[in-house]
Design a protein around this ligand. Structure first.
Ligand SMILES: Nc1ncnc2c1ncn2[C@@H]1O[C@H](COP(=O)(O)OP(=O)(O)OP(=O)(O)O)[C@@H](O)[C@H]1O
Ligand SMILES: [Mg+2]
Length: 148
């Protein structure tokens, strides 16, 4: 487990970028936290680390956005809209091939969760500060956190 405090959006983007550099194809990052706690902001940073130049915005109304670069791709899912319904689908139904997967509101659809992932919990401290906690599920993610 690792915990960081960011004092503004830029610091959250920077942290996402730092994490992004440590990720590899097939990795799954779950972003948990209330509305406006910084999940999409953090994802922008991951995108930057992968060289994604298209603006990363919340995919709330589409569930999935796929950003593709020459040798990397990012799947950005937002399951907010699916809350309270009885969904049963696998991640494989949404993503194909390798890539890094980032999921906002992951616990809205429990069937989608893989066995191993990096959980990132966002907490609002005040208008500008966020507490960001990293919890690894799997040895690979423990190693990633060591370098974060
Ligand atoms: N330290 C911070 N880190 C991230 N965002 C911050 C911070 N301080 C203030 N903010 C503001 O909080 C908001 C975070 O919005 P963001 O879309 O990233 O949240 P979210 O967790 O994705 O929300 P949602 O659940 O609606 O998708 C932005 O308006 C951002 O400017
Ligand atoms: Mg969001």
């Amino acid at each position: 487990m690792k915990e960081k405090i960011t004092k503004n959006s830029e610091e959250t983007i920077y942290l996402g970028r730092k994490l992004g550099y440590l990720l590899k194809d097939g990795d799954v990052v779950l972003l948990d936290g209330t509305l406006a706690s910084g999940k999409t902001t953090f994802t922008k940073g991951i995108g930057l680390s992968l060289g994604i130049e298209r603006t990363i915005s919340s995919p709330t109304f589409t569930i999935l956005k796929h950003y593709e670069m020459d040798d990397v791709s990012l799947y950005h899912l937002d399951l907010y809209r699916l809350d309270g319904e009885n969904h049963d689908f696998d991640l494989e139904d949404y993503i194909s091939g390798d890539g890094i997967t980032v999921i906002e509101w992951p616990f809205n659809v429990r069937s989608i969760l893989p066995k191993k992932y990096l959980l990132v919990q966002f907490e609002i401290i005040n208008d500008n500060e966020r507490k960001i906690k990293f919890i690894p599920y799997g040895e690979h993610y423990e190693r990633v956190l060591f370098y974060l």
